[in-house]
Design a protein around this ligand. Structure first.
Ligand code: KG4
Ligand code: ZN
Length: 336
């Protein structure tokens, strides 16, 4: 079964053609990041406008790249939640138009479910149930993936998402938006033990995250040094910060594995591209006999192949949308 999938929840206009949930026949991503970088973050109004301008060409290219026409496609999948509402609506409206004009079924896909499904593309042997750590620009969750379309969220952030924290710390030490990948690169040249940053405790749930205290600790360190005219080493800050994030993510995820008894784990979302996190997870899992799956780097950040993959499983589960499909800015994985 061939699915044409569309993703436009944030600042990437993306379209892919995916066969039977695992074979990616084409995968086109048009990023707007250069323009948003000027403002230090994604500007929703600009994102919607650029999606409107780009979507038609992106979809045409995804079909052309695999030598297909709309008549070769069996269904249309689209991200409908969560995300920037104006941005989501561009992809949804386009997908509805395609579905109505062609008579092909329309499948609504949850963006985080898509990130989780990115691991099925590279690892078809990965099968639920298992545990997934989702770390992206907008979300940090520990999720029990019960089957391909059912989830239990057992840990979540109380404030900032992991990616948001990477980006804010990066800005504080002088890197461009989105700074996660610059922290990753700088950390390789720094001393991870140069600074001791706090690992916030979350009252009430030991599986929940809190990253705002860590972010504030880095900001305070840099501001205090600036006021005193002292010079800090950005690589040392990056390495110490990244080590702290790794420690927090590994500790909570391993605790979740211990509590739930899962012996299979995956990591998903934009921050899963981080080399420190990949290494730390690999080591922690090897020590405990846990099988770990990591997405290929090209499927870590936002893309439509992951939506086409999840769309396949949603289709098999009977999920369909009609022309009344709307975008939803905030929607828990547990309520889809
Ligand atoms: O999943 P994603 O593409 O978008 C959302 O759904 O939010 O995640 C984007 C986030 C950004 O915060 C970006 O800085 C972060 O992923 N990121 C990284 C790395 N590459 C991307 N963070 C740390 N290390 C990286 N190598
Ligand atoms: Zn995402």
């Amino acid at each position: 079964m061939r699915i044409l999938s569309i993703e436009s929840s944030c600042d990437e206009t993306a379209c892919a053609v995916v066969e039977d949930g695992t074979r990616v026949l084409s995968n086109v991503v048009a990023t707007q990041i250069d323009e948003h970088r000027l403002y230090g973050g994604v500007v929703p109004e600009i994102a919607s406008r650029r999606h409107s301008e780009n979507i038609s060409a992106v979809v045409s290219k995804a079909l052309a790249d695999c030598g297909m026409e709309l008549s070769d496609i069996d269904a249309i999948a689209v991200t409908y939640a969560p995300g920037l509402i104006g941005a989501l609506l561009v992809g949804i409206s386009f997908a509805k138009g395609l579905s109505m004009a062609s008579g092909k079924p329309l499948i609504p896909v949850h963006h985080i479910a898509g990130h989780i499904a990115a691991n099925y593309i590279s690892h078809p042997e990965l099968k639920p149930p298992y545990l997934c750590l989702v770390v992206s620009g907008g979300h940090s969750h520990i999720v029990e993936v019960l089957d391909y379309t059912t989830y239990r969220v057992i840990g979540r952030t109380r404030d900032d998402a992991a990616g948001e924290c990477f980006d804010k710390v990066a800005r504080t030490i002088g890197y461009e938006y989105p700074g996660g990948k610059f922290i990753d690169a700088a950390a390789k040249a720094g001393n991870p033990n140069a600074y001791r940053f706090p690992q916030p405790k979350v009252a009430g749930s030991e599986l929940d995250f809190s990253f705002s205290g860590l972010k504030t600790a880095v900001i305070n360190l840099v501001h205090n040094a600036n006021q005193k005219g002292e010079k800090l080493c950005p690589e040392d800050i990056a390495a110490s910060f990244q080590k702290t994030v790794c420690d927090i993510l590994v500790k909570k995820t391993m605790l979740a594995a211990e509590q739930t008894g899962h012996k299979v784990l995956s990591v998903a979302g934009g921050v899963s591209a981080n080399s420190g996190i990949r290494d730390a997870m690999q080591k922690a899992c090897a020590d405990r006999g846990i099988t770990l799956y990591l997405p290929e780097l090209k499927y870590c950040g936002d893309n439509a192949a992951m939506i086409g993959c999840q769309g396949y499983y949603d289709y098999l589960a009977g999920k369909r949308a009609d022309e009344s499909l709307n975008g939803i800015a905030t929607l828990s994985l547990e309520n889809i």
